[in-house]
Design a protein around this ligand. Structure first.
Ligand SMILES: Nc1ncnc2c1ncn2[C@@H]1O[C@H](COP(=O)(O)OP(=O)(O)OP(=O)(O)O)[C@@H](O)[C@H]1O
Length: 254
């Protein structure tokens, strides 16, 4: 790896579904320890961009570099490595319903990382402890609250030692009273220096964690910059207008 390379560089990614261009020449880069937050109107392409970054969706064109090395979208080994190094947290948790919290975490450690059961369980317990669920290891997803399920999903991703964590609206499927516990875990990860890119509508994550905001609209990054600038009083940015509307909406919900 070239020491000067950003940990992730995304260059001119384009993706269409049928005749609809969903991503149009999107570029950004992520430095080690940096947190970028993707915001913008629904349908703007945030989820598609995150899915392209770890090649769950293969871009039509453009290039992705992980630690300076270009990912070859046609090479299975490259995709496998990319997905190991870029963990993903989904809105709807994506846990295996037939496995306990512990086994949701151990399964990939055993199958992908080839750890023994004992090693995998030890690691899974450490991660459950980190997200405050040490006493829930034997419970199945149906026995957990939404916030607990999302914390298991975060523990599962962390157990794989990803270099980057991507979070796609990690709190949007949660009841309002459960959002805080997931935000607290994400803030802990930030304090530990985790490199993250996250799509979210949570103002507290946007304003307190983002090193840079990427405002996506109609498949492009329409605006980007530090929150203190884009959200600064008097700034006429799209970001500020959008966040003010989010504030108003959450005010209505309260
Ligand atoms: N697999 C697919 N096939 C066809 N169209 C798709 C597919 N995935 C996404 N799209 C379309 O791409 C557009 C962008 O969707 P995407 O989910 O990336 O936006 P978003 O900014 O994440 O929106 P939201 O904030 O509502 O999650 C939408 O119009 C969506 O219908």
């Amino acid at each position: 790896m070239n020491e000067n390379s950003p940990i992730l560089r995304v260059e001119n990614i384009t993706k269409s579904f049928a005749d609809n261009t969903i991503l149009n020449q999107v570029s950004f880069q992520l430095e080690k320890g940096e947190i970028k937050v993707l915001i913008g109107p629904s349908g703007g392409g945030k989820s598609t961009l995150l899915q392209c970054v770890n090649c769950l969706v293969i871009p039509d064109s453009g290039r992705i570099f992980l630690e300076g090395k270009q990912v070859d979208f046609s090479r299975r080994q490259d995709l496998y490595l990319l997905r190991q190094q870029v963990g993903m947290i989904f809105q709807d948790f994506n846990l295996f319903d037939h496995l306990t919290a512990l086994d949701n975490i151990t399964i990939a450690l055993r199958k992908v990382k080839k750890k023994s059961r004992i090693e995998a369980e030890q690691r899974a317990r450490q991660e459950l402890e980190q997200v405050g669920l040490a006493d829930k290891e034997d419970l199945y997803p149906a026995q957990l609250s939404g916030g607990q399920k999302q914390r298991v999903a975060i523990a599962r991703a962390l157990a794989m030692d990803p270099k980057i964590l991507m979070l796609d609206e990690p709190t949007s499927a949660l009841d309002p009273e459960l959002i805080g516990e997931v935000i607290a875990v994400i803030k802990q990860l930030a304090a530990r220096g985790m490199t993250m890119i996250m799509a979210t509508h949570q103002i507290s994550l946007i304003s307190t964690l983002a090193d840079e905001i990427l405002f996506m609209e109609k498949g492009s990054i329409a605006e980007h910059g530090a929150p203190e600038i884009l959200l600064g009083a008097g700034n006429n940015s799209k970001t500020r207008g959008f966040c003010n509307r989010l504030d108003e909406l959450s005010g209505v919900e309260k």
